[in-house]
Design a protein around this ligand. Structure first.
Ligand code: PLP
Length: 425
């Protein structure tokens, strides 16, 4: 039944039926969670053999003779630098392999530029009183939180199906030197699951920022995370920047959090020689060396990037049915109501649903009362404020399939209930 076109009487009947359905579901005392993009148990088990790579009798010497048990190799072991260099499309000497969290490296990068300029002669960012950061929205709440923590004004930029609206980005960045950067998840973005088009990547590479120290935070967290047989392709930003002479613009990040273990994967970043000089200089004060045993474990487990890609096929086999459960529920239960839209991504960790405008908070509240935890409504927007109160991020990976099905049924009932109530009032 289409809620938008139907008459009031029919909608009132539907509403009454939904209230009864909702009360019944509430009575079940469910405890389900579709809030955060965490791998499920099955996925974590895929990487168990990683734990057997190193034991008490394994040699811990890298191909280049470094002993991973000891201090040294501040930028990480060569074996890891090589495969991250392939992902980032840079020379291995421009890669820094860190601890287990790329988010931590992003935080440190911003924190570093707050106190020491990334470009000689520029002010450190803490001296720029009205500093601003562009936040393509919907986007990743933890990105926005980092720049909010450092007192940047967060400027939302609308997302399109091709990435951030580049007309808006260019106009802002090219005219305001207090704008210091932009957050990007260029492949299978969080939460939309879209991949930036070739044109978007080229326009990023061709930006002419007013601020000499403007930087693109290029978080390629989902670079090898396909969930369908028709994967997206992302153009290499660095290759495009080499063509435009803008190699200092991007700072790139990724990690194996959603390849092996989020709790103990390996994170890495890369940038131009100029940027890496500043960044590595800071790291030498911050740490003597990161966990090279874990780097070695990962390097030996995968061999090279092809090994990673083979491993990701195993993840795909687990995740594909989960995305199908979510999409089938939305299709079969919400489509005909005409009140919701959603993404159908080829990869990543999320399905992004736009429920009827003005009802997202209510849907999340109703779900919570019925025992289904979702990401907070608004979380995907700077300051947690979705101007339309419409976007909800669904993370299908964590719950087992039977629970996911149940959680999606509850979600659909709540989305319908909130939509009915809104239209009737
Ligand atoms: N970047 C994006 C876009 C994410 O969605 C996530 C986790 O959900 C992270 C980074 C976190 O990465 P890490 O575990 O490497 O800190």
């Amino acid at each position: 039944m289409n809620y938008v076109n139907c008459n009031k009487e029919d909608l009132e009947k539907e509403y009454a039926a939904l209230v009864a359905e909702y009360e019944e579901v509430k009575g079940k005392g469910l405890k389900l969670n579709m809030a955060r993009g965490k791998p499920g148990e099955d996925q974590l088990n895929l990487s168990r053999p990683l734990l057997d790579v190193i034991n008490s009798s394994t040699d811990c010497i890298t191909a280049h003779g470094a002993d991973c048990r000891n201090y040294g190799e501040l930028a990480g072991i060569d074996e890891c630098k090589n495969f991250f260099a392939e992902i980032f499309d840079v020379d291995p000497s421009d890669v820094m392999v860190g601890g287990n969290s790329s988010l931590n490296m992003m935080f440190d990068t911003i924190a570093g530029f707050m106190t020491k300029p990334v470009v000689e002669g520029c002010k450190p960012w803490y001296e720029v009183k009205n500093r601003k950061f562009l936040c393509p929205a919907p986007g990743y709440d933890r990105h926005f939180a980092i720049t909010e923590y450092f007192d940047f004004d967060l400027i939302p930029v609308p997302m399109t199906e091709n990435g951030p609206d580049m007309d808006v980005v260019e106009k802002l960045v090219e005219n305001d030197d207090s704008i210091k950067g932009i957050w990007c998840v260029p492949k299978y973005s969080n939460p939309l699951g879209i991949t930036f088009s070739d044109e978007t990547v080229k326009r990023f590479a061709a930006l002419k920022p007013a601020a000499k120290d403007f930087r693109i935070m290029w978080d390629n967290a989902y670079c090898v995370h396909d969930v369908t047989d028709t994967p997206d392709e992302l153009l290499s930003l660095m290759a495009e920047c080499r063509k435009t002479g803008n190699v200092d613009l991007p700072i790139m990040f990724t990690s194996t959090s959603k390849i092996t273990f989020p709790g103990s994967g390996v994170a890495a970043m890369a940038a131009s020689d100029n940027n890496m000089k500043v960044i590595k200089n800071r790291y030498q004060y911050q740490v003597i060396s990161y966990d090279k045993m874990n780097m070695l474990r990962h390097a030996r487990f995968f061999g090279d990037l092809n090994g990673v890609k083979e491993h990701m096929k195993l993840h795909k086999a687990v995740l594909k049915p989960k995305f199908e459960i979510v999409l089938n529920a939305l299709e079969s239960q919400l489509k005909e109501t005409g009140t919701a839209d959603w993404t159908n991504p080829n990869g990543g960790y999320f399905v992004s649903v736009d429920v009827l405008e003005g009802t997202a908070k209510e849907v999340v509240r109703l779900c919570k009362e019925a025992g289904v935890v979702l990401t907070g409504a608004g979380a995907t927007y700077p300051y947690g404020k979705d101007p339309k109160d419409s976007n909800i991020r669904i993370a299908p990976s964590f719950p087992p399939n039977d629970e996911l099905k149940e959680a999606m049924d509850v979600f659909c009932i709540c989305a319908k209930l909130a939509a009915c109530a809104k239209i009737l009032n």
